[in-house]
Design a protein. Structure first.
Length: 639
């Protein structure tokens, strides 16, 4: 089986590549050939070719921004968020393998995809917004860094502050930075509209965004700001989408996306903004800006607490992006004191967790200590997502610790008047001179990192203690069926002579099933024979497990199973199992796996058996055994 995947996140830095790596690892573990295309901040890497797509059995799109799907027409496509690519890669691959995935058809785009996304509880509004943000961020970063560089290297101290002399080289650099800022809101609006309506939404979205940013169209000095840009983007997108759905003569269809849709939607969006929406939204934005600018003392601390918590709580998710977008918009308005605390909070979770693994190695597994090194490095460059592996593994202890650290850092930064001139975070922006009060920036960041590291290490137990506690709990638990998961390398790891019957008495399929279930029950593998039998029969109803060649492999996944096990029976006269080739089943292997680890265990056992049972000589050896011990010796070869 060959599976393809595409991963993409709004900023295109960490989530994109983490999802790609996890999907790749899951594919290798499940024995699936998988190729992953990343659509990150530097563009498309490891791109899928036409031949790749033609040979693919299914496609996984794990993205929080719009990914074009026209090339996947006629293929089975799963569309989900990038977080599922990070946290549920095996589930996504298993779904493709099961075949329970709809074919992608362009005409079903507006209906089929929406249904699919609703099942996955994906918020389309957030996705469209983040798609716009992903294209906007580079403009803010470039603009902010160029202006910061110009002020640092070309500025002169005057009574009114740092000023860059007119006509100087650095004045031109500052102008370039300001030009980049000028595109911020039109780009945001334009690509929100593209996410909704594809390319026909680009022109009306950018025109609407430009009008939103330029208050002269509706008599406002400040304009409608980023709030207006978001409204313009959604308005343009849905108007363009509505016009796309209008039935027109076939002769007109080719020019609809390049003439009629952009013209009509641009006129509608522009006029609505000029005469209806622009002025009220501009007043709201001006009021919000004034309120933030006037926040002093306790109110500014409350704002810092909220921003710091939002940045850390989901490490690059919706809350993080909303706070980040808010701070970015304030930069464009000349208010740097909002982005300063955010820039500090951004780096605290990954650096804090990295430091924690260095401070107390006993509390972390070897792979966690390695992840800590990567997390620390990512934090230096302002990539909050570096803390995700720790939060995913131990959310109860990690998330409160990183939130506490980010809040502390954000509050200190607010009190220290740390200003952020670029929409990014971490020590890298301070080193490049893109923040005001650099010393306070580092004091705030160090304080937050220490809070996170000490708090998480205080809450965590040593790895050895955790392991001993787990063993003790499992050995003395009221529910003794909760056993330590086995590592399955050979079939004999999960069977024994007491699970074998080389002379089955049953003359029907159900009678043989009862005999083998009795073997499981006598060995204490089941908590309920009836519940497990129902799982077996449910599987048989889907399709017969009689594979042909005198083989049947009935299998059941159930919470009534304590641990993976295989029972083996021989019915030398054969029993009707409704096999594919019409032969009676003589070699019967019954597989029992717990529901919780059904995916890995079930597939591994089936793969081991299937490979070996294709060998006719091996089948004849089994049919001719005269004792359980001899059967066990033959089954030693199954691995």
């Amino acid at each position: 089986m060959k599976i393809l995947a595409v991963t993409a996140c709004p900023v295109g830095i960490a989530h994109t590549y983490m999802a790609a790596e996890n999907l790749q690892k899951a594919g290798e573990e499940l024995g699936v050939d998988i190729k992953v295309e990343t659509q990150g901040s530097i563009g498309i890497e490891n791109g899928l070719t036409d031949q790749d797509i033609a040979e693919a059995d299914g496609i996984i799109i794990a993205a929080d921004k719009e990914v074009p799907k026209d090339r996947f027409v006629g293929k089975k496509v799963i569309v989900t968020g990038v977080q599922d690519g990070i946290r549920k890669p095996k589930e996504l691959i298993e779904k493709i393998k099961s075949g329970d995935v709809p074919l992608y058809r362009p005409e079903l785009k507006s209906v089929g995809e929406i249904k699919q996304k609703s099942k996955q509880k994906e918020n389309p509004i957030y996705k469209h917004l983040m798609s716009g943000v992903s294209y906007m961020v580079p403009f803010i970063v470039v603009g902010g860094l160029l202006i910061a560089l110009a002020l640092t290297l070309g500025g002169e101290q005057t009574p009114g502050g740092i000023v860059i002399p007119e006509g100087s080289f650095w004045k031109q650099i500052e102008t370039l930075g300001a030009t980049s800022f000028m595109f911020m809101i039109p780009i945001l609006a334009g690509f929100i509209a593209v996410s909704i309506a594809d390319r026909p939404g680009l022109v009306p979205g950018m025109i609407g965004g430009y009008i939103a940013a330029n208050g002269s169209f509706y008599g406002s000095e400040a304009g409608a700001g980023f709030i207006g840009g978001i409204i313009a983007g959604f308005l343009a997108g849905y108007i363009a989408l509505g016009i796309k759905k209008i039935k027109v003569p076939k002769a007109v269809l080719p020019v609809m996306p390049i003439i009629f849709i952009p013209i009509f939607s641009s006129v509608i969006v522009g006029l609505l903004f000029i005469f209806v929406i622009g002025a009220p939204v501009a007043q709201i934005f001006e009021g919000l800006t004034s309120m933030l600018a006037g926040m002093q003392g306790a109110s500014s601390i409350l704002l810092a607490v909220i921003l710091g918590a939002m940045i850390a709580v989901d490490m690059g998710g919706p809350f993080n992006k909303v706070a980040f977008l808010f701070g970015s918009a304030m930069i464009a308005e000349g208010n740097y004191e909002i982005m300063g605390p955010i820039a500090v909070a951004i780096c605290i979770p990954p650096i804090g967790m990295g430091l924690a693994t260095l401070m107390n190695k006993k509390k972390y597994l070897p792979n966690e200590r390695e992840a800590g090194k990567a997390s620390f490095t990512m934090g230096l460059f302002g990539i909050t997502e570096g803390a995700i592996p720790f939060a995913a593994q131990d959310p109860i202890r990690v998330i409160p610790s990183i939130v506490a650290g980010s809040v502390v850092g954000s509050v200190i930064a607010m009190l220290g008047n740390v200003g952020g001139k670029v929409a990014h975070g971490g020590p890298i922006v301070a080193v490049l001179g893109a923040v005001d009060h650099v010393v306070m920036f580092f004091i705030a960041a160090i304080a937050g990192v220490l809070v996170t590291a000490f708090m998480v290490n205080f809450l965590k137990k040593d790895v050895e203690t955790v392991s001993n506690d787990k063993i003790q709990e499992e050995s003395t638990s009221i529910a003794p069926e909760q056993e330590v998961e086995q590592e399955i390398e050979k079939l004999v790891d999960i069977t024994n002579v007491e699970l074998m019957n080389i002379n089955l008495a049953g003359t029907t399929r159900d009678a043989v099933i009862d005999e083998l279930i009795g073997k499981f029950d006598s060995q204490g593998i089941l908590t309920s024979k009836d519940e497990y039998k129902q799982a077996i029969l449910n599987r048989e109803e889907q399709s017969s497990t009689g594979l042909g060649m005198n083989i049947a492999i009935p299998h059941g996944k159930s919470n009534a199973v304590k641990r993976p096990a295989v029972a083996f029976g021989i019915k030398r006269e054969g029993v009707d199992w409704n096999s594919l080739d019409g032969t009676d089943a003589k070699l019967i292997f019954m597989i029992a796996v717990p529901e919780e680890n059904a995916g890995d265990a079930h597939l591994k056992i089936l793969q081991m058996l299937s490979r070996k049972l294709m060998d006719e000589e091996f089948r004849n050896q089994l049919l001719n055994v005269s004792s359980k011990q001899e059967a066990m010796a033959v089954l030693e070869e199954v691995h």
